[in-house]
Design a protein around this ligand. Structure first.
Ligand code: 5GP
Ligand code: ZN
Length: 112
């Protein structure tokens, strides 16, 4: 499958990894919009939150345990934001489920 994040997960395209196990990869966003801007992805291809179902929801829940662990390791003790863009109106540019982890400063809200 011609998917950028599948290729990053497989190590075919390099990334700045901050966490990896057999199911999940967390790496630095190439175009950071906050002092800490990481992307957490399942290694298995899932298109977006819209494609989360009974077959993969345990994996998605597991990703959130990784996000919380990585956020602690990154020193985001004062809070952070997790964002997942979905589809064209949501601003999703890579069609492989990913969670932006944003922090390291007080973030503005709303973001629309
Ligand atoms: P989206 O726009 O789909 O919510 O987020 C995709 C994110 O992937 C963007 O923040 C973009 O900067 C990041 N990105 C796109 N291509 C690459 C890449 O090749 N490497 C890394 N590390 N990040 C990428
Ligand atoms: Zn993919």
């Amino acid at each position: 499958m011609d998917c950028l994040f599948c290729k990053i997960a497989a190590g075919e395209i390099p990334s700045a990894k901050v966490y990896e196990d057999d199911r999940v990869l967390v790496f630095k966003d190439i175009n950071p919009v906050a002092p800490v801007h990481l992307l957490a992805i399942p290694k298995e291809h899932i298109q977006s939150v819209d494609a989360v179902d009974a077959s993969n929801c345990e994996l998605v829940g597991y990703i959130f345990t990784v996000i919380a662990k990585v956020a602690k390791e990154q020193g985001l003790t004062n809070g952070y934001r997790v964002v997942s863009n979905i589809g064209a109106d949501g601003g999703q540019s890579v069609p492989h489920l990913h969670f932006h982890i944003l922090g390291g400063k007080e973030l503005a809200w709303p973001a629309c």
